[in-house]
Design a binder for this molecule. Structure first.
Ligand code: UD2
Length: 297
């Protein structure tokens, strides 16, 4: 039946269980040129993946920043994460905020914990966004490397809508930005000034990765944040700020340190964007926000 399934490009049933075939998706590319999977709905069997990872008793760390008015996004982020994100796994949320008293109380299921870590506020959103790399790095040094196996660093102005499970686990995991998965690389908003350490020439680049998600083994994400922070500071010393702050540095890092798994834009959609035919399920998306209303400046 596996043979038939490959030939007919259909699901089939074996002992009552649906057999998934990677060839089931012919409308999207599901592997990178360096043979890392690109995770789309229909390219994996969720039951099989859960059965492999759940017995490992893994602990997942999730960092999320809610500085200033962004605390208002925490309730929905956490409520929906409890419904859809790594359900059945040990979870440690690390909430970084300058307003610890405004962190909502959320009912966490068994094996899931939340710590609030106070960090300074800032008047510049660019600085808040960029400083995440430094704070994640120091928190990994202080505690996360002893407390978790994998880590996800996520944007708070977002919600989960459907399963985001262990199919997303890997050594170094990045997500394709929903605004650029249909574009050619000359259209990617990489940093194009050679004076910046985030510079990517026009004829290089694989994908445009979204800064709203970085994931992987704690030590691999640690190295990524350390390198990006060093480069960000080097740029600052030369009075240059990359086009999309840490997202630009992330893209540069991933060009030369290829992710071992790439998540499709199903794992990072944007609510203002209409669903396209390739996206069978929106798992996580950025909410519509009024920048003037939530940012400090
Ligand atoms: C894009 C990226 C974001 C980041 C940013 C860099 C996507 C979908 N989003 O989003 O990840 O790379 O560009 O410019 O890829 N934050 C606060 N308080 C603030 C401002 C920001 O807590 O006052 C935190 C918060 O966790 C937020 C994150 O920083 O989710 C990113 O900031 P943003 O959402 O304003 O950036 P945005 O939407 O332009």
């Amino acid at each position: 039946s596996l043979f038939l399934c490959l030939v007919l490009n259909q699901d089939t049933t074996q002992s009552g269980r649906t057999l998934f075939c990677s060839s089931r998706r012919t409308d999207v590319v599901s592997v990178t040129p360096w043979l890392a999977p690109i995770v789309w709905e229909g390219t994996f069997d969720p039951v099989l993946v859960d059965n492999i990872y759940k017995p490992m008793n893994l602990t997942i760390a999730t960092t999320v920043f809610a500085i200033g008015k962004y605390v208002r996004f925490l309730q929905d982020f956490l409520d929906t994460a409890e419904k859809h994100f790594m359900v059945g796994f040990n979870m440690r949320y690390y909430v970084f905020t300058d307003r610890p008293h405004d962190v909502p109380s959320v009912n966490l299921t068994r094996g899931r914990h939340l710590s609030v870590i106070q960090v300074p506020g800032s008047n510049r959103w660019q600085e808040i966004s960029a400083r995440r790399m430094e704070i994640i790095q120091t928190t990994i040094e202080r505690q996360i490397r002893r407390e978790a196996d994998y880590i996800f660093c996520l944007d708070v102005d977002s919600k989960f809508h459907a399963r985001w499970g262990p199919e997303s686990l890997g050594r170094l995991v990045a997500v394709i930005h929903p605004g650029y998965y249909e574009q050619t690389r000359d259209r990617f908003p990489y940093e194009r000034r050679p004076a910046s350490t985030a510079y990517i020439p026009m004829d290089e680049g694989d994908y445009y990765y979204g800064g709203a998600m970085i994931g992987g083994f704690v030590e691999d994400v640690y190295t990524l944040t350390k390198v990006c922070q060093t480069r960000f500071e080097e740029d600052a010393g030369n009075s240059i700020e990359a086009a999309w702050q840490e997202e630009s540095h992330l893209n540069r890092y991933l060009l030369y340190n290829k992710p071992s798994k790439v998540l499709s834009p199903e794992y990072l959609w944007q609510d203002f964007k209409a669903k396209t035919k390739e996206v069978k399920v929106i798992r996580f998306s950025g909410v519509i926000k009024n920048y003037a209303d939530v940012r400090p400046n």
